[in-house]
Design a protein around this ligand. Sequence first.
Ligand code: PMP
Length: 441
Amino acid sequence: MPEMSTQEACKRDSKYLTHGWGNIPINVVKGLGSKFWDCDGKEYIDMLSQTAGVVGIGHCHPKVVAAVKDQADRSFHILTSFVNDVRVVFAEKLAAVAPGKMKNNCKMYISSGGSEANEVALKMAMLSTGKNEVISTYFSYHGGTLAELSLLGQSYSRVGPWPRFPGFHQIPNAYCYRCYFGQPGPDKCNLECAEALRYAIKYGSAGNVAAFLQEPVPGNGGHMVPPKRYFKRIREICDEFGVLYILDEVQTGVGRSGKWWASEYFDVEPDIFTTSKAIGGGMPIAATVIREGLLPEKIIDDQWHIFTFGGSPISCAAGAATIDVINEEKLPEKAARQGERLSKRLNEMMPKYKSIGDVRSMGLFIGVEIVKDKATKEPWYAGAGNIFGLALGKGALFGTNGARGNGNIIKLKPPLVLTDEEADKALDILEESIAENEKSL
Ligand code: PMP
């Protein structure tokens, strides 16, 4: 194992590595449960599960460590065309926890990350419908490929001279705190944001819409939690026009909402869903799951798609162990309980602090919107960036929804195994950081 001081690691890092999404000069070397450590032994509470929920069952869960070690003795890589028993077991376990009608009644393609899973979802939808237009929402993130960047609105995630993919359209999000349609609140509107989908299909497309794709709650987009009735209307509109409904559960899934899937939290059934991040317990794996019967039989084993590392046996072993851990340790229930505790305290903090404009939560998926002024709701991007830095210095990692100082949402997505003591300490740090940051108002 290399041992380097932070200074040396940063110097050598900058010679060859590009980070792409911010660069935090801390040499992180170890993680366990809800904590991680840098090379100097400084301890951090991981309120982000590293990358937006990846270590959802905690860093280095012993059952996943054992599964990975065991599989490393059997094989590292098997050609995707072969049958492989570990892949079969992972697929069976994932099918068994799939939501609604998809439970034990689906087909899936296993890949290595969320971008891959969503590309496959788009291909599956296009193959299933024979159409090639797609609708998504402005505030979203579905991956870093050129096609996927065209699913986003113009945002920090899109910085660059990338082309715009033809036939990919966006509609406004259900962002009740800043309703695009000027409506007063989630229960007092006519769901204009959902109706925007009907308009986009009827008048904004070329009549060739294969799918509507969204995250149940946008992770990088800002943690806006729509009301349940929004999803009911979206489902109705998709059905009315024969448009497939794809839910990107890369961040929201795997127990974080308090249910296995956010679709269950909102009582809606997608036709296709994607999962990655937490499903591997920290190992790279993803899956695109489609309702049985939607993928034309003749193409299922045809040469329609390959990713070389899709279904890596080591990742599948980690994924299968992760699913067991989540079920055995009842982690969705734990997420619901801890999410309520955190959300209660944040809601109590809101009236005390001038810069907390809104608190939005779904289980352990929580967003705190930082504003300069509660009346005007002016986003305070630098303030959120400052809070992030202050909290990190005090030993807690939170997220913000934008690198380069242009996100104003502080995001909490800790491991589902977070203890009460860790949660309380992390919120003490957050509160101190918010108070300190407000001194500059
Ligand atoms: N979908 C969502 C909702 C995501 O948050 C991300 C990554 N942040 C992706 C897809 C892409 O996943 P990956 O970076 O693993 O390709």
